[in-house]
Design a protein around this ligand. Structure first.
Ligand SMILES: NC(=O)c1ccc[n+]([C@@H]2O[C@H](COP(=O)([O-])OP(=O)(O)OC[C@H]3O[C@@H](n4cnc5c(N)ncnc54)[C@H](OP(=O)(O)O)[C@@H]3O)[C@@H](O)[C@H]2O)c1
Length: 251
């Protein structure tokens, strides 16, 4: 259970090799943290040593976002091993190459399955556990790409638009249960996912997204943009007429 300073004991990271997810976990670690569960589709890549320190158990567990049938069991077995979950960070996702995804509908469906269907299933499995406990926070990595979907990455962007809407509804459904959801909307973040891509305006780092996320968790917010200025940028972009929007040089 979180202590009076909102410091979690048990943290679960779904997408255990995600650079943003790991930065959030690192920032959340405190003397109160006893357990970190890294849910990875390739457990051999988890590098638990990066988190290890006295008094902290780092548990690497196999987790495939695409295997939705396994998600409830993944959560149940984490609870069986470690007790209540205080923070669950949903950080898995695939960007893909837009041109390749357009040319290969099956590949596009697989990417959307991970980013949306897999996230719906994993979020519900986690949220149902948090609701039963009567406490705990689910952190959902959405994206500004879902706020106004653009032609340069509309497969990914549409999956994030769906996920963002789902996470907002889930948050409202948990209201009053003691459990809650934080929706995180980063802009362009320098990570494995964006390697080789030209940086977008207001590009940021996993460490900065982690700072913004942990501040938002500690102050009990339901949504955080990273960097914060993107909230204002997108409140304008959201209303730009389509004919103009498609001609904007947004990458
Ligand atoms: N980077 C950005 O600019 C940016 C901006 C906004 C939002 N986001 C979102 O933030 C989250 C974290 O992204 P990141 O920048 O940290 O990227 P990242 O380092 O590439 O992390 C992506 C993670 O997703 C995992 N993953 C992919 N498919 C999976 C599957 N089927 N099952 C389980 N795990 C799977 C990857 O595992 P492997 O290591 O096995 O591939 C990796 O751990 C993602 O949801 C992303 O969409 C990123």
């Amino acid at each position: 259970m979180e202590n009076a300073f909102a410091e979690p004991q048990t943290i679960v990271l779904l997408g255990g090799t995600s650079e943003i997810g790991r930065a959030i976990v690192s920032k959340l670690l405190s003397a109160s943290t006893t357990t970190v569960v890294l849910g990875c589709r390739r457990p051999g890549e988890a590098n638990p040593a990066a988190f290890e320190r006295p008094g902290l158990t780092v548990d690497v567990a196999s987790f495939d976002a695409a295997d939705t049938a396994s998600h409830e069991q993944f959560v149940a077995s984490a609870v069986e091993r470690h007790g209540d979950l205080d923070v669950v960070v949903l950080a898995f996702g695939v960007l893909g190459d837009q041109a390749e995804l357009e040319a290969n509908p099956q590949a596009a469906a697989e990417a959307v399955h991970v980013n949306y269907t897999g996230a719906v299933s994993a979020s519900l499995a986690a949220a149902n556990q948090l609701r039963r406990q009567g406490h705990g926070r689910l952190v959902v990595l959405s994206s500004v790409a879902g706020e106004r979907v653009r032609k340069a990455n509309f497969v990914y962007g549409s999956s994030k638009a769906g996920l963002d809407g789902f996470a907002q509804g889930l948050a409202d459904s948990l209201h009053g249960s003691g459990a809650s959801v934080l929706v995180v909307r980063p802009g362009f973040v320098h990570s494995k996912m964006t390697e080789g891509h030209a940086a977008a305006p207001f590009a940021t780092t996993p460490a900065k997204v982690a700072d913004d996320t942990v501040k938002a968790l500690r102050s009990g917010r339901h949504t955080v943009w990273s960097p914060g200025i993107l909230r204002f940028v997108f409140s304008v972009l959201r209303h730009v007429p389509r004919g103009l929007f498609r001609r904007l040089p947004l990458g």
